[in-house]
Design a protein around this ligand. Sequence first.
Ligand code: NAD
Length: 332
Amino acid sequence: MHDIVLIPGDGIGPEITDSVTTILKEAGAEINWLEHIAGLEAYDEVGNPLPDDTLEALKEYKLALKGPLTTPVGSGFRSVNVALRKELQLYSNIRPAKTLPHIESRFDKVDLVMFRENTEGLYIGKEQWVEENSHAESIAVVTRRASEKIIRAAFQYARNNNRHKLTLVHKANILKYTCGLFLEVGHDVAKEFPDIHFEDLIVDNMAMQMVMRPEQFDVIVTTNLFGDILSDLASGLIGGLGLTGAANIGDDAAMFEAVHGSAPDIAGQNKANPTAFLLSALMMLEHIGENRIAKNIRNAIYKTLADKSVCTPDIGGSGSTETYTRAVCDNL
Ligand code: NAD
């Protein structure tokens, strides 16, 4: 029995969480879910978007499945997602994007894995007014230590998963210190992995290359902001945010989540696509060694995606969250 912290999250979070826990149970995963709240729900209930007992449980059990959390734009509380990654030192954000069968998308040979540095860059939240309401500034931090960790994790993943190329994405032509350091560390770490072909690309060129010829990419590593944007782009290549899983992994803790947000526009309407969250849960099952169960569920997902009458509207289906969930369970 695995003890795993479960945060259903905001918006569509509870619906896709119900779906995922139902499917994992049906597939025979032996998990003791320890349910906790965070995000807008927690803010409304206890006045804190990241309650102490939620954080304590995460630090104690070191393994979590987390639904999407709403972050107010512009003002209000700071992103809980960012705080969690920092508190638990989850420095690798890993997002695979692989063409799925029966899903219409512009490309059919995408199979890449994005490693995004999760704790530094422009996302450290160091912003200030130089002059209130007319001049703001934001600080980006890049350290050799954190860069080495994420770049080495990406190389190691490539080696362990029989992948052959690593592309480091940066903007070192303009951001000579921050991105320059990240690139320099990339060249240093690459010497430890002579079996993996190493290349670097400037982020604007990368954005174009990804929509022109995404099949040329294998493993990608980049800083926090670029990774945030490019990984959504990668999801778009394979059919959208409803179809991509994600893992946040540190040296001793791991948190799995869908890449999409809380989708308030469709919350409570039985329209949310659970596939992304389910794929994240499969990454979690693989992380804890339950590879056979993960494989069974993956096959059931592929079979389900072939029947549009049970799939959700975002992928051209005429079904609902519930019909999809039932179909995956039936296909197991
Ligand atoms: P979003 O991902 O919630 O929604 C973007 C669009 O995609 C919407 O039209 C939505 O209906 C659709 N969509 C997203 N997930 C879907 C799914 N599973 N099935 C079907 N359609 C889906 O992005 P947003 O609207 O920019 O953000 C809403 C909130 O979510 C914000 O508060 C934001 O901060 C938060 N957010 C959280 C996370 C996270 O918790 N990891 C990630 C991104 C955004």
